[in-house]
Ligand binder design. Structure first.
Ligand SMILES: Nc1ncnc2c1ncn2[C@@H]1O[C@H](COP(=O)(O)OP(=O)(O)OP(=O)(O)O)[C@@H](O)[C@H]1O
Length: 402
């Protein structure tokens, strides 16, 4: 969708901001350009909407060389969001949002309707905020208006230059989450500039790591974190890249452990025998709809001592048989397959649990993730990226040796 072919930009004073750049952003893809200040990110971006002209090379938009397209017409096809939002101070939020529809000659009613719809989309109630002026909004709200304005004419391409750079970290994370949600329905082709590697990793389908006007690595986030292509990239992503990787590595079936599974209405004797046979310290308990109920410890089941019906299971011959339900504990915490490992880790800490249950799309129990399995999953995914294979193809022995 956006294709750079050997693009170089040299400024009149001799500064070469971009060297021989070739890069392609696929339709519907979000590519983050990340790198330190002055490495040429903004120059790259501004060449796409012809605010800056390349010195050599060409840029194609949907197969068309943009140097042949009238810049004004070009910019209507490209939404542009910048850090200093650039809202018109004397225009209301609704008017600001409707800037492009106004330029396109839409009627007043159409403009207002579209602007209200967009404000709603970015989480601002048009009835409450529509008639305010920009200085009556918080920084985060202004950024939202900036995004709404860029989307107004429904352009296929969005250029975003540090759009969330001017707000505090909490608001920033919130805006990122909302933007990801929006993007998952809009599927715009997005080039997103940031100097923050966390943001690049969180948002990008792929990340282009810039070093002094050149791309050092262009890969999906997990690969940039797991297998930095150069010492420069390794240094840029930071020593804690293993930790950052947790947020982009999903839980897969192959990561899970399979503890004994018992049902609420199973006789406790049967559960005990099962746990003994497996040498398990606990079993997962499912209800009669096969949904996760919780867990049963070997101790509570009386499976830790010698043989015989000891401890919790001692029972009167005449009483109703003791079932798993009598000794099972509830376990509320679970995660779906595909959730990031970071969420599993955080959930284990939050619930002070040594494992976390994982369910499939139909809420069926598939296995549990333990801290050691989590570590293995992380090791395996790093190994897989280094060798360019899938995680399932990495032998556990490799992990143990690592
Ligand atoms: N108009 C200009 N004339 C001369 N040099 C320029 C001009 N604009 C930018 N540069 C230089 O080009 C290089 C790249 O600048 P650019 O703004 O693209 O970097 P950046 O990665 O976006 O940085 P930042 O994150 O600080 O915005 C810098 O060395 C900058 O000083």
């Amino acid at each position: 969708m956006i294709r750079f072919e050997n693009v170089t930009k040299r400024y009149p004073d001799g500064t070469t901001a971009v060297h021989d750049l070739s890069l392609e952003v696929a339709e519907g893809e979000l590519v983050t350009l990340v790198g330190p200040s002055g490495c040429g990110k903004t120059t790259t971006m501004k060449m796409v909407n012809r605010l800056i002209e390349p010195s050599s090379g060409r840029i194609l938009l949907d197969g068309e060389d943009i140097s042949a397209v009238d810049p004004v017409e070009l910019r209507r096809r490209i939404g542009y969001v910048i850090q200093q939002v650039g809202l018109f101070p004397h225009k209301t939020v609704l008017e600001n949002t409707a800037t492009v529809p106004y330029l396109l000659g839409w009627s007043k009613a159409e403009r207002r309707e579209r602007a209200a719809e967009l404000l709603q989309l970015v989480g601002l109630d048009p009835a409450r905020y529509g008639d305010r002026y920009p200085d009556q909004l918080s920084g985060g709200q202004r950024q939202r208006v900036g995004v709404a304005r860029a989307l107004a004419a429904d352009p296929p391409v969005l250029l975003m230059d540090e759009p969330f750079g001017a707000v505090d970290p909490v608001v920033r994370e919130h805006l990122q989450t909302e933007f990801l949600k929006l993007q998952s329905t809009l599927h715009k082709t997005v080039l997103f500039v940031t100097h923050d590697i966390e943001e690049a990793v969180r948002l990008g389908d792929r990340i282009a790591v810039y070093g002094d006007g050149r791309i050092e690595q262009f890969d999906p986030p997990a690969k940039v974190l797991g297998a930095p292509a150069t010492p420069y990239v390794a240094d840029f992503v930071g020593a804690d890249r293993g930790l950052k990787r947790l947020s982009v590595t999903p839980i897969e079936r192959g990561d899970l452990e399979a503890p004994p599974v018992v049902h609420l209405d199973d006789p406790l004797d049967k559960a005990r025998a099962r746990m003994r046979a497996d040498g398990a310290r606990w079993a997962v308990v499912l209800d009669d709809a096969d949904e996760l109920h919780g867990w049963l410890s070997a101790e509570a089941a009386g499976a830790t001592g010698g043989d015989g019906a000891e401890g919790a299971t001692a029972q009167d011959e005449t009483a109703a048989p003791v079932t798993v339900a009598d000794h099972a504990r509830r376990m509320e915490a679970w995660l779906p397959l595909g959730a990031p490992l970071k969420q599993a880790f955080s959930s284990m800490l939050q619930h002070d649990a040594g494992w976390i249950a994982v369910l499939d799309e139909a809420d069926r129990f598939v296995g549990v993730l333990t801290p050691s399995r989590l570590h293995e999953a992380l090791r395996r995914s790093i190994d897989a990226d280094e060798r360019d294979v899938s995680r399932g193809e990495v032998e556990l022995e490799t992990v143990a040796d690592a």
